[in-house]
Write a protein of this length. Sequence first.
Lengths: 280, 280
Amino acid sequence: MLRVPEHQVAGHQASDGKLGPLIDDSGRFYKPLQNGERGSREVAFYTKFSSNANVPDHIRRYFPVFYGTQLLEASDGSGLQPHIILEDLVSTRVHPSLMDVKIGSRTWYPEAPEEYVQKCLKKDRECTSLSLGFRICGLQAYESEESGFWKPDKKRLQDFTLEDVRSSLRRFVSSNPLSDSEPDCSYASVVYGGPKGILAQLLELKAWFEDQTLFQFNSCSVLMIYEKKAAEAGISSAKVKLVDFAHVVHDQGVIDHNFLGGLCSLIKFVSEILDSPMDK
Amino acid sequence: MLRVPEHQVAGHQASDGKLGPLIDDSGRFYKPLQNGERGSREVAFYTKFSSNANVPDHIRRYFPVFYGTQLLEASDGSGLQPHIILEDLVSTRVHPSLMDVKIGSRTWYPEAPEEYVQKCLKKDRECTSLSLGFRICGLQAYESEESGFWKPDKKRLQDFTLEDVRSSLRRFVSSNPLSDSEPDCSYASVVYGGPKGILAQLLELKAWFEDQTLFQFNSCSVLMIYEKKAAEAGISSAKVKLVDFAHVVHDQGVIDHNFLGGLCSLIKFVSEILDSPMDK
């Protein structure tokens, strides 16, 4: 039985009869193909990526597993619609803390239609994409059974400044994300740090991006996931995944310098928190 | 006695009575302050950079030495004008091979006037800046006493494609840059490679750019310099210098992801030549 995902922080959402992704009980995520070229471009990416022997296994694990496409009853009641079948990245999590960070100071690609370029450029300039090389598109940080999640709404996220980004990356790994007081960064070392932490994973991705010329990941996000219960017990459960490939282009003969620059900027923010977890 | 520099591949040039830089016999380079904020911003950069104790010495050597400013008779006959006094980067070279590479897929900065933003954006999209993360603004590669330099003109450089860039980076380190046949990449290993080569220098700069948040080097160039005679003898004489700081901004609290991305892209091109010097 397909249902609306409980934990989704960004993208189209299948609530109130809208078109959006669905999940099942076996850990699969059904994403409706987006309109026009976007949907077909995302399918083309997953198909090429899955079959490309030049992608090393240690990099492949940063991408959702792709199970193909399928016609399914869409969440908006519009009848049978094609869906991409992917791994549900949070199916095994109880109270997942999630942050969706769209990487790149530029979210458009050179060959895009002019209207789309101008729309993206305007948005990139209005948010932190242009200045920081990334923007936070969605986030939820679990606090407790009683108080639930800290989950700033879309409008609030759009208005984020550099200081908001810095503080949110601290709050995200704090035991008190909903509190008005300073975030305590209690989980910084276990979530961001360590050999299996988010920083180590981002650095592994960075090394690949310094070399790979197969794909240009325009408007793609880094999704950071962890479980508070594990973090409290000092157990590393943090995962980095790349998501949203509707604007990927292929074989440009050049590294994805736009993604790489933004990724390095995010790495610097995370490193600073590990270096000084007690700073304001 | 001040005179017009013989080896200048990009920027304003003091020929035919125009305003441009001058040099003397003691190894100094006199650059007229550019109009409006540009000139004052470049002086401000050199002043801040020179006195900033957070810039490590091994990084400082990639920048021209700054000797202050001085009023001098301008090259266009307009009388006394303020000039920035810098180290002449090629004063000790006989037949310098030079390449000026403007780094960054974006040459404008967020706070710039809208008219300037649109002008830069148009240019960045028309040349390789947007796609490759850098563009070649000027170059000369020495062949011989008889045939002189290979020196494509500005118009030709503006039309450079990805393949032109790839081929020029090969031709730049070849003994036959003026030939219609394939560049032989004879000097690739001594100029680009080795512990003192250009690649090693670019990687040292990259490591600094991954960390530094002091400066955003908008529209700044990497200048690569070597001497054919030394290269023929297997002696490394290659130098990397950063030049042109009229659009630098300070203390944005973020790494220069735009410069870093473009620098990594250039590094990838240079690495590919070292990996396969015999490729077409």
